[in-house]
Ligand binder design. Structure first.
Ligand SMILES: [Zn+2]
Length: 481
């Protein structure tokens, strides 16, 4: 990138809420059902039907606002955003405009240089989603489009950042943090493929040192972190090139083409006044008292940043390990439970980040579907700690536990995997190995000390991995000296 320019990025994220019902009616929000099976006069926009606000949506908005350091407005207003589109039966979308529910928040992100940076959060407002258009793909339906209004009136939060980000990496760091928070809060399922967390990026460039912002382009509806990064980087290069060639960036909405890795113009950008916002006369102003806010605050889960601190301070984990474990709430809770049962944090962390994570990846399942529960894992770690089995045998036992869902003790007993700590048995194996390898013994005694590993290996092999490695080492050294 041309270093004479500075990049300015602001992000608008649409978060679909996990409430069971829609924002202004009682229809289900379940995904993937028969088109138009989840509709009623309200979300179909029939004349005379009146919206009734879903209390849960307000609670989720407050929860999100508190977790992102926002002020919660004691009084906010729903407004009509007027435009026509076939998937919007009322001819307007109910949103919030002048008085949103949350304002003046911030999130802290890590920068590439390793420091912390505050990204301002301008506002969070509640709104309804539109329906979906399906374009005919069979020979009979080609050329026709169909409207599915199951998604119409589904609750969304729009979370708008300040234009505080200065690189695509900062934008991704912000998005990942926000994604992590809404999933931790349980207000969003986080699925980017299903569109539950989607992002518009406002991107502009300006000559370094210039105060005022350059003209921005808005990149619409991008649904993966990787694509957002690609789209921003392409757009930055495009704008700089354009300016260097003497051209001018125009304010517009652009679409990202994932196959080509480029952005292309979709339409000239609308201004807010194009929408003729006005307060929705069907909905009274929303008044939230301090009591309600405090009640929601009291019910907030432990947020990722706090969890990381606790794992570092109380469990003695490195910050890096704590962050890996806290990336997903369910994984962090699994680990936490394991520590509560086993008592020793370090092996729990290693096993969760190691074997457990590896098996989850292999089978592409979530941790709540893992056949080895925290209780079962803690049971296994206890047997390593009390020297019943070695760490190596434990991996075999774990594999068996994963396949069968049975506990470690049963498997250890059944397969006779108990570690041999009986001095006599180990001594016999050591003597046997020494007797069988006279030339190696001679070399070892002649100074080739790294042969010790060879002898240990032979003894472990002879005992099928069950001898206590510490005892084997000690006995070999004694007998070979
Ligand atoms: Zn409805």
């Amino acid at each position: 990138m041309n270093s004479n320019y500075e990049v300015v990025i602001g992000l608008e994220v649409h978060v679909q809420l996990t409430t069971d019902t829609k924002i202004f009616c009682g229809c289900s929000t379940a995904f993937g059902n028969e088109p138009n099976s989840q509709t009623c006069p309200v979300c179909l926009g029939l004349p005379g039907a009146l919206p009734v606000l879903n209390r849960k949506v307000v609670e989720y908005a407050i929860r999100t606002g508190l977790a992102t350091n926002c002020q919660i407005a004691p009084r906010s207003i729903f407004a009509r955003k007027n435009y026509f589109y076939p998937d919007l039966p009322k001819g307007y979308q109910i949103s919030q405009y002048e008085l949103p529910i949350c304002e003046h928040g911030h999130l802290e992100i890590e920068t590439e240089e390793g420091g912390a940076k505050k990204v301002g959060l301008t506002r969070i407002h509640m709104e309804e989603d539109a329906g979906k258009l399906l374009h005919g793909e069979t020979p009979e339906t080609a050329g026709s489009s169909f409207v599915d209004l199951n998604r119409a009136c589904t609750p969304l939060l729009e979370i708008v950042s300040e234009p505080d980000m200065r690189s695509s990496d900062e934008a991704i760091a912000y998005l990942k943090k926000l994604h992590q928070i809404v999933v931790y809060l349980g207000v969003c399922d986080g699925s980017m493929e299903q569109g539950s967390f989607r992002c518009d990026a406002n991107v502009s460039v300006r000559p370094r040192g210039q105060q005022e912002f350059g003209t921005r382009a808005e990149l619409k509806n991008i649904n993966s972190f990787r694509f957002i990064k690609q789209a921003i980087e392409y757009e930055v290069e495009r704008q700089i090139e354009l300016i260097e060639e003497g051209g001018k960036v125009v304010q517009e909405t652009r679409l990202f083409d994932a196959d080509a890795g480029t952005t292309r113009s979709m339409r000239g950008k609308e201004e807010a006044h194009d929408y003729r916002y006005f307060p929705d006369p069907d909905l009274v102003p929303l008044v939230i008292d301090e009591k309600w806010i405090e009640k929601v605050r009291g019910g907030l889960p432990e947020l990722p940043a706090v969890k990381v601190e606790r794992f570092v301070a109380e469990h003695g984990l490195s910050r890096e390990d704590a962050e890996v474990l806290c990336a997903e709430r369910a994984i962090a809770e699994y680990y936490d439970e394991c520590v509560r049962l086993h008592g020793d944090a370090k092996p729990c962390a290693n096993w969760v980040m190691g074997e457990v994570q590896r098996r989850l990846n292999e089978e592409a399942i979530a941790i709540d579907q893992a056949p080895v529960s925290p209780e079962l894992l803690a049971g296994l770690l206890k047997r390593i700690a009390d020297n019943t089995i070695s760490g190596k045998i434990a991996k075999t036992v774990f594999e068996e536990m994963w396949k069968s869902g049975r506990d470690a003790d049963t498997i250890i007993d059944e397969k006779g995997l108990k570690q041999v700590t009986d001095t006599g048995a180990i001594e016999a194996a050591v003597d046997e190995v020494i007797a069988a390898n006279p030339s190696q013994v001679e070399e070892y005694r002649g100074g080739k000390e790294k042969l010790l590993g060879f002898f240990v290996g032979q003894v472990m092999k002879a005992t099928r991995g069950k001898a206590n490695p510490g005892m084997v080492n000690e006995m070999l050294r004694k007998k070979l000296s």
